[in-house]
Every structure is written in structure tokens, then in C-alpha cells.
Design a protein around this ligand. Structure first.
Ligand code: FES
Length: 108
């Protein structure tokens, strides 16, 4: 298995209805994960990019959340419509998308 250049983690955390933190799965995280996998397949990038589901990434309020390594760039409120741009601009182009990035304060 080749070492991926980029590794994308898509939060698919579930929580019971009414949980105070909510969860990304209720906000479309599972569909988002499918959209990432579909795009990966469409572009045949399995040797360069990995996409993995994940549990809670931390800033639940802003979900669905996605984090990309090795940069550690966190995106929030990501929709299926953003997936192609993340591939084009960040995963292949090397420039993280400003408009979707979480504020740096989340890491404080
Ligand atoms: S549930 Fe997705 S970041 Fe917490």
C-alpha cells in the first residue's frame, strides 16, 4: 500500500437525538463521506489520497467537519458541493480553501 500524500478524515460521528453537542452524521456527514469516496474513485487517486471516516473531530457546532493531513487543515460546514473544490484546490493543487477553514481559535 503506497503512503498517501494526503489523508482526509470525514467526521461521521453519531449521537442520540437531543444530545447537546449534536453530531456530524445528523448534519450530512455520512453523505459527505460517500461523496468523498465517489470523487476519489472517479479520479482514480487511490495511490495518492486516502479518505477515512472518523469519530468526533472536536468542533461539533460547525459540522460536518473534515480534517486533511499532513497539514492538519480543518474544514467546517462542508457540503457535497464542496468536495470537487477540495480535490482540485487542496488535495491536488496544494492550496487549502480559505472559505471553508475553521478559525485558528479552535486549536487553542
Ligand atoms: S461530531 Fe463531528 S466534530 Fe464532533
Amino acid at each position: 500500500m503506497p503512503k498517501p500524500e494526503k489523508h482526509v478524515f470525514v467526521c461521521s460521528q453519531t449521537r442520540p437525538d437531543g444530545h447537546p453537542r449534536g453530531c456530524c452524521a445528523q448534519k450530512g456527514g455520512s453523505d459527505l463521506l460517500q461523496a468523498f469516496w465517489k470523487e476519489l474513485q472517479k479520479r482514480n487517486l487511490f495511490d495518492r489520497i486516502s479518505v477515512t471516516y472518523s469519530g468526533c473531530l472536536g468542533p461539533c457546532d460547525g459540522g460536518p467537519n473534515v480534517v486533511v493531513y499532513p497539514e492538519g487543515v480543518m474544514y467546517s460546514q462542508v457540503t457535497k458541493d464542496d468536495v470537487a473544490a477540495i480535490f482540485d484546490e487542496h488535495l491536488l493543487g496544494g492550496q487549502p480553501l480559505e472559505r471553508l477553514q475553521c478559525p485558528p481559535a479552535i486549536w487553542g
